[in-house]
Design a protein around this ligand. Structure first.
Ligand code: KIV
Ligand code: ZN
Length: 391
């Protein structure tokens, strides 16, 4: 099993997305949770973006023992100095330097030529390396960058001291096969790539962030950048929980593992929602409310007999209790019997069809039924009577 490093950027890429900003204390609280989750690297912020971010990175650095703390910087001296300053208390530190390399970004955003970009990469990666041993270099908008130019930029960054090269799909534009081809091209054409850690950073504009990340990993990438709940710019980043669980469920296929403490996944998701107020959709894989719930009669019948009929993730491995049978309008009698048994309700089997009918009538009007109401319906003598009169 090869080890995949998890680089969490919830506190940087995630935090900079609309509705997800955090106070200094909240950032520290979440960083501590990331340490419990056992991520390998925490991107704690972008020091040059504000004094508050710089301070937050310093406070996080004081509190965190095990993961590497990284601080983002554009390719200029001032940003790199601030990143370095923000990391002064970190036990393990990394400066993450980036510059855009696609035609559109160089022309319309940076107003720089290719040659100017290459000069910046050489001088600024060298400068960052003079301050810090561990240097990650990212080619912003890499997936829309001309391949030959990408090779030149990466070669230059490595010559100048970068030990991690990140290939971001900044605008969520790539597909898994195309991403695989890019990684292959880099591995076959960058002469000094062998001892370099390659990294993915995929955005989710087409809903492909996790698929692209896994495709990159299949091609030999060993560091994955991701966020809890998939928060991040626009449609977000690749979701940490989805990637980690994919590697577990499909371990025979990927033959790769992370060191994530999966019992902390649900907690991390909930703490993030608590801090940001940014809710997770019910049907979100792994952490959504419905991820392990069944309402349809056929599914409930299957799950009651063997969970694996409709569940590929062992929910108890995430620390979840088995209360996954939801009594709803689509439920059948198997689920209702199971629920009565679980709740230790004394019931009469010959009335089962009536219970089902009454509960369904209730649900037609109310959509959901609480355990309390469920119990009342079954045990209430009046209802029992109505039930035996076949309402
Ligand atoms: O999406 C992106 O390209 C980024 C870089 C700064 C790594 O977030
Ligand atoms: Zn990003």
């Amino acid at each position: 099993m090869k080890k995949i490093k998890i680089f969490d950027t919830t506190l940087r890429d995630g935090e900079q997305s609309p509705g997800c900003s955090m106070s200094l204390d909240e950032k520290v609280r979440f960083a501590k949770q990331l340490e419990k989750l056992n991520v390998d690297i925490i991107e704690a912020g972008f020091a040059a973006s504000s004094e508050k971010d710089l301070k937050a990175i310093q406070e996080i650095s004081k509190e965190i023992e095990k993961p590497i703390i990284t601080s983002l910087a554009r390719c200029n001296k001032d940003d790199i100095d601030k990143a370095y300053e923000s990391l002064k208390f970190a036990k393990k530190k990394r400066i993450h330097v980036f510059i855009a390399t696609s035609k559109i970004h160089m022309k319309d955003k940076l107003h720089m030529t290719k040659e100017e970009v290459l000069i910046k990469v050489r001088s600024m990666v060298r400068y960052a390396k003079s301050l810090c041993d561990d240097i990650e270099f990212s080619l912003e908008d890499a997936t829309r960058t001309e391949k030959e130019f990408m090779v030149k930029v990466i070669t230059t960054a490595i010559e100048s001291g970068a030990n991690v090269i990140n290939i971001p799909d900044t605008v969520g534009y790539i597909t898994p096969n195309e991403y695989r081809n890019i990684i292959d091209y880099i591995k076959n054409n960058v002469p000094n790539i062998d001892n370099i850690e390659l990294s993915t950073h995929c955005h989710n504009d087409l809903g492909l962030a996790v698929a692209n990340t896994l495709a990159g990993m299949e091609q030999g990438i060993t560091q994955i950048e991701c966020t809890v709940n998939g928060i991040g710019e626009r449609a977000g980043n690749a979701a940490l929980e989805e990637i980690v669980m994919a590697l577990i469920v499909k371990s025979d296929y990927y033959k790769a593992k992370t060191d994530i403490n999966i019992k902390e996944i649900i907690n991390s998701s909930k703490i993030l929602v608590d801090i940001t107020g940014s809710f997770v959709q019910r049907n979100k894989p792994v952490v959504g409310d419905n991820a392990f719930r069944h309402e349809a009669g056929i599914h409930q019948h299957g799950v009651i007999q063997n969970k694996e009929t409709y569940e590929i993730i062992d929910s108890s491995s995430l620390g979840l209790q088995d209360d996954n049978i939801i009594i709803g309008i689509h439920s059948g009698k198997h689920a209702i019997i199971e629920k009565m048994k679980k709740m230790n309700i004394d019931f009469d089997m010959k009335n089962i069809d009536d219970y089902v009918e009454i509960i369904k009538k209730y649900l037609e009007q109310n959509k959901r039924i609480s355990d309390e109401t469920f119990k009342q319906i079954i045990v209430n003598p009046k209802i029992k009577k109505l039930s035996s009169n076949s309402l």
